[in-house]
Design a protein around this ligand. Structure first.
Ligand code: SF4
Ligand code: SF4
Length: 183
């Protein structure tokens, strides 16, 4: 049976953008049972899919405001267990982007979002990850100035962190100059 999505719902856009049909999920719960992050989540992965299947705007909002989407580790345990091959990591990725765009980020996830942004900015600026720059930006964004303060000097002494940013290759310079600034 062909399922017709109501347009302007998350399940409709997920189908359009990723090709994943959330209605394939028949709620067996195997994904949630195997998910290593499920205990910390506010909605289990199968409940996320159930809410999306209802195509109800309030449920869509609940999904975008959930903590779950930020806790997904993209570990792929769920998809390997799923009898219907529903690609939950890709769905979660789409939902994170949408949550950011609509500014519906769960309050507890603000630090995770700050870490994501700092990580991406480090790659944009230097063409690769510069840990000290990443930590500095993350701390500025979150104001967690004293967190890990005792670990960082040890890591510098052991040569694990460098205060000198990596040199950019001309290739990465060219690329980022066409992509615009940081967020
Ligand atoms: S990919 Fe995400 S939802 Fe799936 S098992 Fe891993 S953490 Fe859980
Ligand atoms: S394992 Fe697959 S079919 Fe079962 S609940 Fe999870 S997504 Fe749905």
């Amino acid at each position: 049976m062909v399922h017709h999505h109501t347009s302007d719902t998350l399940s409709y856009y997920i189908k359009q953008k990723t090709g994943i049909a959330v209605e394939r999920c028949y709620q067996c719960g195997k994904c949630s049972a195997g998910c290593p992050a499920a205990k910390a989540m506010d909605l289990t992965p199968s409940v996320i899919l159930r809410l999306l299947q209802t195509e109800n705007p309030q449920n869509d909002r609940k999904v975008l405001q959930s903590y779950t989407i930020w806790l997904c580790l993209s570990c792929h345990t769920c998809i390997t267990r799923c009898p219907m091959e529903v690609d939950l990591p890709v769905v979660m990725d789409y939902l994170r982007n949408e949550s950011l765009t609509q500014n519906l980020i769960h309050p507890k996830a603000k630090d995770i979002v700050a870490f994501h942004k700092s990580f991406i900015n480090s790659i944009k600026r230097f063409g690769k990850l510069w840990e000290v720059g990443l930590i500095a930006e993350y701390k500025l964004r979150t104001r967690h100035f004293l967190q890990d303060v005792f670990i960082a000097p040890l890591m510098v002494m052991r040569g694990k962190l460098s205060f000198i940013p990596p040199k950019r290759s001309s290739k990465t310079n060219d690329k980022s100059s066409t992509k615009g600034g940081n967020q």
